[in-house]
Design a protein around this ligand. Structure first.
Ligand code: GLY
Length: 352
């Protein structure tokens, strides 16, 4: 897959201008959603390269990450005069970078795009690594392609536009990066006070976190092997997310992943020997900052059903990425229904 430059900067306008001038596109499109148009675009007001950009604004939040919005973006690229030599700048959270990346990757068989993530989740995860897509048929990210943006321009000052739950949501993916990398990084992540964030320290941790993901994606861009490490917490997390959505009590993705990590660390302890003290420390941090997900044993069958339908499975067998220790990754693990139910018991006993 093509290279993707990761640019950490406090001069995003200058960096975007440089990237646009290097790309020499015939036309620049700027994709935002209603929230980032209002809160984040003003931070790029001094960017000459975006002055003449054709603006496309879509609805905010995941409910708009669908075929209708995608078709609308394709249409506006067409009516706005887009050609194969055009360039799109995606300014927003994971919904904008995922959908925008997919629109750009498919319009005229693919135009170049630049991601400017504005949420913590998008900075450390969604905008990096070339996964693009939309939700379809009730399933998250069901349709999409792997195709990297030309660059990801990250200015941590955008984080100040985020509310506390969205900051916590992105931080869950950073905890995941700590768990799959090395002990020192994991330990410093658990020392960070999420309720009173020190933004300078957060910026340093974000840079390290992106490094963890970048390294993995470089080795395995198409998720044939080690990229599955990035799925820690996601098998159970997606099941919690789906149940919450079906019961009209949606939760932010990172919260579901945090709760998923609690569950999958329990499985890691029981099945591959993850140290109990490190599980306890991680679980305590998550309980303190993310609270819990409420469900009872009547939900177990349904949660199991969601897990068996996860797109990472092969032949309907539930696939987990587990850890034998911090950074000691065990891919393609599975568990019986009884083990999964015991894991759900553990979650309720420990988190409630
Ligand atoms: N969000 C996980 C990945 O990019 O592979």
């Amino acid at each position: 897959m093509e290279e993707q430059a990761i640019i950490l900067t406090h001069e995003p306008s200058t960096e975007i201008a440089r990237l646009v001038s290097e790309a020499t596109p015939d036309l620049v499109f700027l994709l935002t959603d209603e929230t980032t148009e209002r809160l984040c675009r003003p931070l790029l007001a001094d960017c000459d390269a975006l002055c003449d950009a054709v603006s496309i604004v879509i609805g905010a939040t995941d409910v708009h990450k669908n075929l209708d919005t995608l078709a609308d973006v394709w249409r506006q690229l067409g009516t706005g005069g887009g050609s194969r030599h055009s360039l799109m700048v995606c300014l927003g959270g994971g919904m904008v970078t995922d959908l925008g990346g997919f629109a750009a990757s498919t319009f005229k068989r693919g135009i170049r795009y630049i991601n400017v993530p504005t949420t913590l989740l998008a900075m450390v995860d969604a905008a990096v690594g070339g996964k693009t897509g939309i939700n379809f048929n009730g399933l998250k990210n069901e349709i999409g392609v792997f195709r990297k943006s030309v660059a990801v321009v990250i200015d941590s000052r955008f984080l100040r536009t985020l509310d506390a739950p969205n900051l916590c949501s992105g931080y869950a993916e950073m905890i995941k990066h700590g768990l799959i990398s090395h002990e020192a990084h994991w330990a410093e992540l658990l020392r960070f006070d999420l309720s009173q964030p020190d933004y300078a320290e957060l910026q340093r941790l974000v840079a390290q976190s992106i490094g963890v993901k970048e390294h993995i994606v470089e080795v395995d861009p198409l998720e044939h092997g080690i990229r599955k490490a990035l799925n820690v917490g996601h098998t159970v997390g997606h099941a919690f997310e789906s149940l919450a959505l079906a019961e009209s009590r949606p939760v932010l993705h990172g919260y579901a992943v945090a709760w998923g990590m609690v569950s999958e660390l329990y499985l890691s302890c029981t099945k591959v020997g993850f140290p109990k003290d490190k599980m306890r420390q991680t679980v305590d941090y998550i309980r303190t900052h993310y609270g819990t997900f409420v469900f009872d044993c009547d939900h177990y069958e349904r949660l199991y059903d969601y897990m068996t339908h996860d797109k990472k499975n092969v032949g309907g067998i539930v696939n987990f990425t587990l850890l034998a220790d911090i950074g000691d990754i065990r891919l393609d693990q599975t568990a019986t229904k009884e083990e999964i139910f015991a894991m759900l018991d553990f979650f309720r006993e420990t988190m409630n």
